[in-house]
Design a protein around this ligand. Structure first.
Ligand SMILES: [Zn+2]
Length: 187
């Protein structure tokens, strides 16, 4: 589930429901298997659903945050989902300072975290192969971040071609990501 609105979190928590956690698909599992075979895989994702971690990937940078992590906006204390305290009107509030507890995700109109952006730039600069999968890169600033990739091997797996001029693409595959990756040799 992509938790786009804090209100949905309030409501779920008030009803004592758990967010639905889908299962990783064959693409997530393939990438995690590469880790297990000793490949240096760095995943930069715009998803907030934690599926890469659930599949077993070790290095995942979440540009838009993580819908399973909750923190107080005043003091930054983290609360496990099942222990989020509810205040008046079932609004999740920190018992220490009454700050609102929210999911650690970037909401529409909010800027990405500078620390995360710097991490992504470093990872891109260090990598020797860039696979852009399942995204049209239409959301800023992701499109401009790819300029930090300094090597020259670029593969795109996406249903539609990308409108990018900063990189030359070596291989474009227009099939679904999971299906494509699951056909590749792991070694
Ligand atoms: Zn607090």
């Amino acid at each position: 589930m992509h938790v786009k609105s804090p209100r949905r979190v309030f409501k779920l928590r008030a009803n004592n429901d758990k967010p639905f956690v889908p299962e990783p698909n064959t693409g997530h599992i393939y990438l995690a298997d590469l880790d297990k075979h000793g490949k240096d895989v760095r995943i930069i994702t715009q998803c907030v659903d934690v599926l890469h971690q659930k599949a077993g990937s070790k290095l995942v940078v979440e540009l838009h945050g993580n819908s399973r992590r909750f923190y107080c906006m005043e003091c930054d204390r983290e609360y496990p989902y099942s222990e989020i305290p509810l205040g008046e009107q079932n609004i999740p509030r920190c018992p220490i300072d009454n700050g609102i507890i929210r999911a650690d995700i970037i909401l529409f109109g909010e800027n990405l975290k500078p620390r995360v952006l710097e991490r992504v730039k470093t990872l891109l600069a260090e990598s020797d192969l860039l696979i852009i999968a399942g995204t049209s890169l239409s959301v800023s600033p992701t499109k401009t971040l790819i300029r930090h990739f300094e090597s020259n091997k670029v593969v795109v797996i996406n249903q539609t071609p990308l409108d990018i001029t900063d990189l030359s693409i070596d291989l474009f595959i227009s099939d679904p990501v999971g299906e494509t990756l699951s056909k590749l040799d792991i070694h």
